[in-house]
Design a protein around this ligand. Structure first.
Ligand SMILES: [Zn+2]
Ligand SMILES: [Zn+2]
Length: 470
């Protein structure tokens, strides 16, 4: 993999070269020699749980932390950016000893930092910073590995600091339930006259955006990993809440493909939301309207066109058809009604026509219009923070940028801060979106130091090309 960086590094900011790889990793085994004395059955149970969690933690991170000595050494050598926190009050405990011993893992519930845990600093992450500090002595593969190591270490520390995060299934189910209840409450408030339509739409869109994140994380099987029925149930609820999109079952292979071939021609999911298109009215329409997105980029070849249409027809069945019918009916009938009244005609003013229109209008305001708003924001952010067309195969550093300037806030509000945190997900896909958010400050710093771009607004001119002179 070659190195393509946007600007030359500053000689003064260059870091030390990566140390040679350490010896082969040791077998995973929890540290037991310095465990506190056992006083009772309850202590024994607690100690057993502690050791079990410790072992599980070590196994989980073995590939990227314990098992990859070179990566550990590289991350440790990243200087101030990756310095470990001072050992806190538990310095005399077994966990404290483990925290200070390279290659060991402290008890997650102790809150002890990991050897690789980067310090958290408060700084302005909104600028395109760090690019002139990028270490040009390593390639993008090594940079990606450094980012993964640091993010995984931060994720581990965050999980240690907040033991509740261990209940991932319950948290996922709760967030989805809150999302659904929020939409229902908003619907009730609108239908009973307590909430205006122009507040109902953004409130509902906000709640629906969390269902989108849950669906995405469930595509990566982050909740109820060994319970397919629960996974399907979550997918079904997510689609009911967000019918203005293809079904989660149809999206799953496309999204996993997106991770595999992100930024290349095979990235169907991103191309479907206009990534790579020149900016203009056509791209804006395709970004918001799924039918336009399909029709305006049909393959020229008849056989491929047929396959494409069959896939879409199946992916829309049945909820997207309902959503599109409601949305187009809402736009067309109300538009025609207003036009008729503007030229002095009566339009629809009573009878069954008005009753039906009232139902269409109500369903659109509480269910479909919020999704149109949400999709417009998500697609705008997503289709501009992914690079496309000249991304090197498998080069994660080139796949995304971070969009987190203040003026993106109105869009981020309806897509769970996607522009700021989705890039992290490309490096470490197995953290749920709320953990990703908790690791963002550290992740952004390490990403900037390793060449990931921030707020590259010129991408609008380049139609998502990674090369700055495209
Ligand atoms: Zn993903
Ligand atoms: Zn992506």
């Amino acid at each position: 993999m070659t190195t393509t960086m946007p600007s030359a590094p500053s000689p003064t900011a260059r870091r030390a070269p990566i140390p040679a790889a350490s010896p082969a990793p040791r077998p995973v085994a929890p540290t037991t020699t310095a465990a506190p004395p056992v006083r009772s059955d309850r202590d024994q149970v607690q100690l057993r749980d502690q050791l079990r969690d410790q072992l599980r933690d070590q196994l989980r991170d073995r590939d990227l932390v314990l098992g990859d000595a070179a990566a550990v050494a590289a991350a440790a050598a990243a200087g101030a950016a990756l310095r470990a926190r001072p050992v806190p009050a538990h310095a005399g405990t077994a966990a404290g000893a483990a925290a200070r011993t390279p290659g060991t893992s402290p008890d997650p519930r102790s809150g002890a930092p990991t050897p690789l845990e980067p310090a958290v600093e408060v700084r302005d992450e909104s600028r395109d910073e760090g690019r002139d500090e990028v270490d040009d002595e390593v390639d993008d593969e090594e940079r990606a590995r450094r980012i993964r190591v640091a993010v995984r270490a931060r994720s581990k520390a965050v999980r240690a600091q907040h033991p509740i995060l261990r209940h991932q299934d319950a948290i996922g189910a709760t967030i989805l339930a809150v999302s659904a209840l929020g939409v229902l409450a908003t619907t009730g408030a609108y239908l009973t006259g307590h909430l205006a339509w122009w507040l109902t739409i953004p409130f509902a869109a906000f709640f629906m955006s969390f269902a989108h994140e849950i669906e995405h994380d469930q595509i990566h099987r982050l909740f109820f990993t060994r319970n397919p029925k629960a996974q399907h149930a979550m997918f079904a609820i997510c689609w009911i809440l967000r019918p203005y999109a293809i079904s989660p079952w149809a999206r799953k292979p496309l999204h996993l493909l997106h991770h595999k071939v992100s930024g290349t021609k095979g990235d169907i999911e991103e191309r479907a939301i206009t990534n790579g298109e020149q900016w203009g009215p056509k791209r804006m329409l395709m970004m918001i309207d799924p039918v336009a997105s399909t029709v305006l980029r049909l393959p020229k070849d008849a056989a491929h066109r047929k396959i494409h249409l069959q896939y879409v027809a199946k992916a829309y069945f049945p909820l997207t058809y309902i959503a599109l019918t409601l949305w187009y009916s809402f736009v067309l009938v109300n538009g025609a009604n207003l036009a008729a009244q503007a030229v002095g005609l009566a339009g629809i003013t009573g009878g069954p026509g008005l009753a039906l229109l009232s139902i269409v209008n109500a369903l659109t305001i509480v269910w479909i219009a919020p999704n149109v708003l949400r999709v417009a924001c998500l697609h705008f952010v997503s289709s501009n923070m992914h690079y496309f067309g000249d991304v090197e195969d498998g080069n994660v550093v080139q796949q995304t940028q971070v969009l987190n300037r203040w003026f993106f806030a109105p869009f981020q509000l309806f897509c769970a801060n996607f522009g700021s945190t989705h890039g992290i997900h490309h490096f470490v896909p197995n953290d749920p979106f709320y953990v990703r958010q908790l690791t963002a400050r550290t992740a952004h710093r390490v990403m900037a130091e390793n060449g990931v771009r921030f707020n590259d607004l010129d991408t609008f001119r380049r139609a998502n090309r990674y090369a700055l002179d495209a």
